[in-house]
Ligand binder design. Structure first.
Ligand SMILES: Nc1ncnc2c1ncn2[C@@H]1O[C@H](COP(=O)(O)OP(=O)(O)O)[C@@H](O)[C@H]1O
Ligand SMILES: O=P(O)(O)OC[C@H]1O[C@](O)(COP(=O)(O)O)[C@@H](O)[C@@H]1O
Ligand SMILES: [Mg+2]
Length: 494
């Protein structure tokens, strides 16, 4: 199922003045018009009732494009997250479930904890089910009851107490299970694949006319989900990566011609390597999937290593796991090997270590290379303090959205504000490091490494950046025939 295009949800758009567009999310009342509403129980909650204007103004929206020009259009907006005056579920009626899918990421347990505590403390919900082992847990695994007591200290542990998995998404079986168990709020914590999965669950729920809110909390350690400012767990990963980089620096600095090589996660997006390098200041070279590099000749990696060793006696290289994959494949062909080849050689860290060692051996120079692969150790840590707060806010925002009857949405922070984003917006494109923007230039200037880029590479990157900008900042992508742009006051705004 993976890799299939996003579900065919018609965009729910509302137009305003000066090019204002609200890209709204679905609501259960879109297909179940006469549902009763109830006062939000938060109005009687002593912790919140003292807060002035605790409830979000129903007209509040968050702009996606924060840098604008005098005569430019106001652009796309998302519905602001937060508690509404009226809710579509009574506390006794709610039967929520939480599932974690895909790879691990620091903070998963914090999000689980805060959804449970948020539902319980803010809305008085008591029936919350944990689905074990990812999507297939809906029909093939056990479930556990989640209570504030049972999740009390799980945020101090790495991983997910629910377990996770890839594969196993059988939409019909999942929705059958939701219907059979009487679940009416589904919280999916997962990456792009999981959010696509949540999108098709939402479509099926809508088709069957069920009063079920399907909501996502985006998870990716690689920070490769577009639109949102940053994914939870990313900061923790960057922080933990410092320990590996420090170790590489100590090892390299203690040996003659010492080279410390650290591999970090990032199959298609090099954000962890990029930010870990910027944070550390001990790194001499950072290699990421978005920026091609080469080994031999002027401007190549070997010449640069020779230069750094001559100047400084040691150096540190950080490589994202997806960097140089094309180069590895080419080299393997040269060596007469199949492109799928030996698993060890496909590991860019091992491959690079071997290439660097061979090069200096050929030049009769003794080097001391130490390769560190901390990838799974980084992913397994609990989230740091700042991610814990971030996870808490995301969890509370998603709970407010589901209680207010929104569905088919994912929660995310955009320009510092939490909002509800339609699933298709975060699954249509992967967020990547732009090698033509100032952030990458900062990295190049901090490491002093060569850019390795030809004019053609830069031109290609610019074209790709423009394409991405159009897709993400412009009008909603893939608008379908059934999409409607309607004036915002006739949108049934909740
Ligand atoms: N297009 C899709 N439709 C339905 N389910 C999907 C789709 N893509 C992925 N999934 C499901 O989402 C779950 C997690 O996906 P995966 O890509 O492994 O991780 P992540 O959510 O971190 O991207 C898996 O159970 C997978 O089967
Ligand atoms: O070994 P696994 O579990 O397949 O995970 C490894 C992959 O997961 C990733 O960390 C991405 O996962 P997420 O973006 O979903 O967090 C990649 O960098 C890496 O290739
Ligand atoms: Mg993914």
């Amino acid at each position: 199922m993976d890799g299939t295009p996003p579900p065919k949800t018609g965009a729910k758009l509302a137009a305003g003045e000066a090019g204002y567009v609200l890209e709204d999310v679905p609501h259960v009342s879109d297909y179940l018009p006469d549902l009763p509403t109830y006062p939000n129980p938060l109005q009687d909650n002593t912790a919140y009732s003292v807060v002035k204007q605790y409830f979000v103004n129903p007209d509040d929206t968050v702009c996606q494009k924060i840098v604008v020009h005098k005569d430019g259009p106001r652009g796309n907006h998302f519905r602001r997250a937060g508690p509404r005056q009226r809710v579509y579920f009574e506390p006794d009626e709610v039967h929520a479930c939480i599932v974690t899918c895909g790879g691990l990421c620091p903070g998963l347990n914090t999000v689980i904890r805060e959804i449970v505590c948020g539902l319980s403390d803010m809305y008085g919900v008591t029936k919350i089910l944990g689905i074990q082992g990812g999507y297939r847990g809906f029909y093939a695994r056990n479930t556990i009851d989640l209570t504030p007591k049972s999740v009390n200290d799980i945020h101090k542990r790495g991983g997910t107490i629910l377990g996770s998995s890839r594969g196993g998404h059988d939409t019909m079986k999942i929705v059958d299970s939701i219907q059979y168990r009487g679940i009416n709020q589904v919280y999916v914590i997962g990456g792009d694949g999981s959010q696509r999965g949540a999108g098709v669950i939402f479509e099926e729920v809508r088709k069957r006319g069920l009063k079920v809110a399907v909501a996502g909390i985006p998870k990716t350690i690689d920070n490769d989900i577009p639109v949102i400012d940053k994914s939870f767990g990313f900061d923790s990963a960057v922080e933990e990566a410092q320990r590996a980089i420090n170790a590489a620096h100590v090892e390299a600095g203690s040996a003659d011609n010492g080279i410390g090589l650290v591999k970090l996660m990032g199959r298609y997006s090099g954000f962890i390597a990029h930010y870990a390098t910027l944070a550390s200041r001990d790194v001499d070279c950072c290699l990421i999937p978005e920026s091609p590099f080469y080994l031999e000749g002027e401007g190549g990696l070997f010449k640069y290593i020779e230069k750094r060793l001559k100047e400084n006696g040691h150096m540190v290289i950080v490589v994202a796991e997806g960097a140089g994959q094309k180069l590895i494949a080419e080299n393997m062909k040269e060596m007469g090997q199949d492109a799928s080849g030996n698993a060890l050689l496909l590991d860019v860290g091992l491959w690079l270590s071997q290439k660097i060692n061979e090069h200096f051996k050929k030049n009769k120079t003794t080097i001391n290379l130490k390769y560190i692969d901390p990838t799974y150790m980084i992913r397994a840590i609990p989230s740091n303090a700042s991610d814990n707060v971030y996870c808490t806010l995301l969890a509370h925002s998603v709970v407010h959205g589901a209680m207010a009857g929104y569905t088919g949405f994912t929660v995310g922070q955009v320009n510092g504000r939490h909002c509800y984003i339609p699933f298709y917006r975060i699954t249509e494109k992967q967020n990547k490091v732009s090698i033509t923007d100032r952030m990458w230039a900062r990295l190049l200037s901090s490491t002093n490494q060569p850019s390795f880029l030809s004019k053609q590479d830069v031109d290609d990157a610019k074209v790709e950046d423009e394409r991405t900008a159009k897709l993400l900042d412009g009008s909603p992508s893939n608008p379908k025939v059934e999409d409607k742009v309607v004036p915002s006051n006739s949108n049934g705004v909740k």
